[in-house]
Design a protein around this ligand. Structure first.
Ligand code: PMP
Length: 351
């Protein structure tokens, strides 16, 4: 795979935005280059200064946890930003195409549409695994990206590892494995495989297990040439200073995060068992994530009845292959009990 060929023509020739501090190697003490307020910030922190465009301190801390070198790490304003940048860097509007595998996370399609990039949809099989034959048929010389979400949203299952490896080994474009929910999965991450596959991009996020959705911080891990292209096209200061500071602090609390993961997984497994016993529940799809997809009688009525009780779940009943399904995020123990009681009350007695 030649990353130069893969890039959009205008991106190949792009001269990225540069700042005077790109050359600054740490010896200056007076900064009169960026038209900031030299007197300070109304807050205690030095928020009057632009943040580090490459977020080196934060990447260094992430690297210690993930074991991925800094030069293979890109940080985005949520992984949603990384998804969008992949289209902007690699897909020629009106000419190239990408493959997505529904039912899956909605932003791949939205980003493709924003960027006027053709979408080729290859439905997952009824067991929510990859249809490798049809994926192979859908690929042509203009296919730049394939999005594989594992564990998949909204179905909750992990994609079979050897199937992902087959795609990685046979596709000449970039394979994006979205691991937003990997912390809850039995399957291990693909970040250890980065050295093996130059066309692999792994997306992870601080929005789920790390409990920092409000900060908007996502990670993309890939071979150096891919990361270099993302850095070239990103807005100069895409991760603000507050996010960098707070995330750096949060990384010290990994034990807390690991505890939450254990509790969430235990609650997920308990809720799966309990839901399966309700008469209205036709199927509980096995989950490797922090949510469960269930098929119920009268999904929309059930959804509305829950809303009436102040409980919001996600109605996926109109989504192809998820007909009649609701997606339920794992709540606290107390929230899960309340949900279960509400569904029990709604559940018609089986006879
Ligand atoms: N990928 C998947 C599979 C998701 O479900 C989500 C959010 N629901 C995202 C990415 C976006 O994550 P972020 O908050 O990092 O933009």
């Amino acid at each position: 795979m030649d990353i130069n060929k893969l890039q959009r023509e205008n991106i190949k020739n792009l001269r990225p935005y540069s700042t005077a501090r790109d050359e600054y190697k740490g010896q200056a003490s007076i900064f009169l280059d960026a038209n900031e307020n030299s007197y300070g910030s109304p807050l205690d922190q030095n928020y009057n200064r632009y943040p580090d465009p490459l977020q080196l301190d934060l990447k260094d801390a992430i690297s210690k946890i993930k074991g991925v070198p800094i030069e293979n790490t890109f940080l985005g304003n949520g992984s949603d930003e990384a998804i969008d940048l992949l289209f902007r860097a690699f897909c020629e509007p009106g000419k190239d195409n990408v493959i997505i595998l529904p039912p899956t996370y909605g932003m791949y399609e939205v980003s493709a549409n924003i960027n006027n990039v053709e979408i080729r949809k290859v439905d997952l099989l009824p067991n929510f695994q990859l249809d490798l034959e049809r994926i192979a048929e859908a690929i042509d010389e203009h296919t730049k990206l394939i999005f594989i979400c594992s564990p998949n949203n909204p179905t909750g299952n992990s994609i079979i590892r050897t199937d992902i490896e087959t795609v990685l080994a046979n596709f000449n474009g970039l394979v994006v494995i979205d691991e937003a929910y990997i912390n809850y999965a039995k399957q291990r991450t693909f970040i250890k495989e980065l050295t093996e596959y130059p066309n692999l991009i792994v997306l992870q996020t601080f929005s789920k297990a790390w409990g920092l959705a409000a900060l908007r911080l996502g990670m993309a891990f890939a071979a150096r040439p891919v990361i270099d292209v993302l850095n070239k096209v990103k807005p100069p200061y895409n991760i603000n200073q507050a996010t960098q500071d707070i995330a750096l602090k949060a990384l010290e609390n990994i034990e807390q995060v690991n505890d939450w993961i254990k509790i969430t997984v235990a609650e997920r497994d308990k809720l799966s068992t309990d839901l399966a016993e309700l008469a209205m529940v036709k199927k509980v799809h096995p989950s490797d994530a922090n949510f469960i997809l269930i098929q119920v009688d009268e999904a929309l009525n059930t959804y509305n009845a829950l809303v009436d009780q102040g409980i919001i779940v996600r109605d996926r009943s109109k989504v192809s292959l998820c007909e009649g399904c609701l997606r339920i995020t794992i709540g606290t123990t107390q929230e899960n009990e309340i949900l279960l009681e509400a569904l029990k009350t709604l559940s018609k007695p089986s006879n």
